[in-house]
Design a protein around this ligand. Structure first.
Ligand code: F6P
Length: 548
């Protein structure tokens, strides 16, 4: 058995031991678990105490990380090597928030000349973005009529929507410079829902697309451009448009002036792009200082990730915990519960970040994976989730680990509400870990005066198995810096998991087939061609009957 197989074998043997998944017994036996299993980094606290991790398991998981080359992968990423092997690209999103001169593209990564300073262009773009944002806020850049911009519409989908939409929702406060709207779905109901609240004369439109070819985005961009032209005239449209893209030829043919194009490079993956020009809507809506704070917080987490030893490294520990849950204990999903309404879109952002990155069935070398890879990720803000799917998390047959995201200090003065919110979060974590034994359930019902037959009848239903693991991430407050660090923590966790599982976390071939097929189905829907698949053709027939 080689070192790698031995490292996996050790993790699996630990998981096969009786009581390996026990959480409650460990919490009871080890009152110092928080002190031993909580870590700090980038201004955040990560608590792993409500899992079944032991010193021995953690040691085995970190030994596996070393055998699998996780930190080697991290360092190759930071050196600008082509860690995205299938696309022959670097993954240098850290350069988007790092200091000038800190990141260079390695010779084999393409896109840049060998050894070129990746951050030089980043800082030039940031400077152009800052000047544009300040000019919009100062009213020196206005719409065609001379009216100040009051609203910004970001047209983009996936990574060109989710990160900025999530961050703007989290950080926007009343009185901030512009209102932001996010148009992603090609379903025109989305545009129809936004449109009535907008005045074309005071609306700035950002077309956000790395490739500038995504059909949904281009269709929406044409729709909104036509709306601007109908209200203000063709000649006025340019004053209301900007593009965030790597494809300068396509932005020009769409009619966007070069000085209104904010670029980035192919080494920025879509789901890692909110720190690039793609984040312009955040800066326009919340202010430049907020955007700068977001970048600073992410960079603080980057520095931690690059320097902290394995046993104190938050992204690596979060990844190790996921390997324990997914591969060793066989838990196929994970829930993200932000206990802050402003983080309502965090689960959606993490769904793309994690599932588009880690939903892979072959290794970097193209061989079938021998281990389980990315779990299903879903979530909702607490406490809403408690009245929705948490029933299954407490009493369903298969444990689903939970990430609790807690914010210590709110930005409102309703201290009572905030204490209730946090009490619910802590209660959920405790209920999942400790459960309620049948004896406890029976004792409670007897105490409440239920007769013996009723106690017998209800006991199985009122028993909670417990031993349901969770991790908690505590933010001191929802500042731009803390949010930046939180998102970067998850980004680096994804990179670590890619290395743990030997898969490429930076490509997304799985989204291509549907895109391609839609291109052929559109003419069939329009009655200009026949669909090649019988089931598709039959449904098109039904739809067309309803159209006639
Ligand atoms: O869903 C596939 C994808 O390529 C994502 O990775 C990306 O974030 C999204 O589409 C949007 O792509 P673009 O920014 O090129 O329009």
């Amino acid at each position: 058995m080689d070192d790698l197989a031995a490292a996996w074998d050790r993790v699996r043997r630990l998981a096969a031991r009786p009581g390996a998944a026990a959480v409650r017994a460990r919490l009871d036996a080890e009152p110092d678990r928080f002190a031993r299993l909580a870590r700090r980094g980038g201004g955040l606290t990560l608590d792993l105490s409500r899992t079944a991790l032991t010193d021995e398991v953690l040691d085995a998981l970190l030994a596996l990380a070393s055998a699998q080359g996780v930190t080697r992968f991290r360092d190759a990423m930071a050196r600008g090597e082509a860690v995205n092997g299938t696309e022959r690209r670097a993954a240098l999103h850290m350069a988007l928030r790092g200091p000038a001169g800190a990141f260079r593209v390695a010779p084999q990564a393409g896109g840049h000349a060998a050894g070129e300073d990746a951050s030089e262009e980043v800082h030039a773009t940031l400077d152009a973005m800052r000047r544009f944002v300040l000019a919009v806020h100062a009213g020196t850049v206005t719409g065609a009529t001379g009216a100040r911009f009051t609203d910004v519409v970001n047209i983009g989908i996936g990574g060109s929507d989710l990160g900025p939409a999530m961050a703007t929702r989290a950080l926007w406060r009343h009185g901030m410079p512009l209102r932001a709207h996010y148009l992603a779905n090609v379903d025109a109901h989305a545009w129809e829902a936004i449109r009535p609240g907008l005045d074309p004369a005071t609306t700035l439109v950002l077309v956000a697309s790395k490739t500038f070819t995504t059909q949904e985005t281009m269709a929406n961009a044409q729709l909104v451009k036509a709306w601007l032209a109908a209200a203000l005239g063709d000649a006025a449209v340019g004053a209301h448009l900007a593009a965030l893209s790597t494809n300068l030829a396509a932005t020009a043919s769409f009619g966007i002036a070069p000085e209104r194009v904010f670029g980035f490079r192919d080494w920025v993956g879509g789901r890692f792009s909110m720190w690039s020009a793609i984040g312009l809507s955040i800066a326009l809506a919340c202010g430049w200082d907020v955007f700068a704070g977001l970048l600073a917080g992410a960079w603080a987490m980057d520095e931690h990730f690059l320097a902290a030893p394995d046993e104190a490294n938050l992204p690596l520990l979060l990844a190790a915990t996921e390997v324990w849950h997914v591969d060793a204990l066989g838990y196929p999903a994970r829930v993200v519960l932000p206990y802050d309404e402003r983080l309502a879109r965090l689960p959606a952002h993490l769904q793309q970040l994690e599932m588009e990155s880690l939903g892979k069935r072959v290794t970097m070398a193209g061989d079938p994976v021998a281990v389980q890879t990315g779990p299903v990720v879903f979530g909702e803000p607490g406490t809403n989730a408690q009245h929705s799917f948490m029933q299954l998390i407490h009493q369903g047959p298969t444990p689903v680990p939970v990430d609790f995201v807690l914010v210590a200090r709110p930005d409102h003065a309703q201290a009572d509400s905030h204490r209730i919110l946090l009490a619910h979060a802590l209660a959920q974590a405790e209920a999942l870990a400790r459960g309620r034994t049948e004896a406890e359930a029976r004792a409670e019902m007897a105490k409440a005066g239920l007769d013996a037959a009723e106690v017998d009848r209800l006991a199985p239903h009122r028993t909670f198995p417990g031993d349901r693991p969770s991790v908690s991430i505590l933010l001191p407050a929802l500042t731009p810096e803390a949010l930046g660090a939180l998102v970067a923590l998850y980004e680096h966790k994804v990179a670590c998991l890619g290395a743990y599982w030997g898969i490429n976390p930076f490509d997304q071939w799985g989204v291509e087939l549907g895109k391609q097929l839609a291109g052929g189905i559109l003419p069939a829907l329009e009655g200009r061609a026949a669909a090649s698949d019988a089931a598709t053709a039959a449904m098109i027939g039904e739809i067309r009957k309803l159209w006639s």
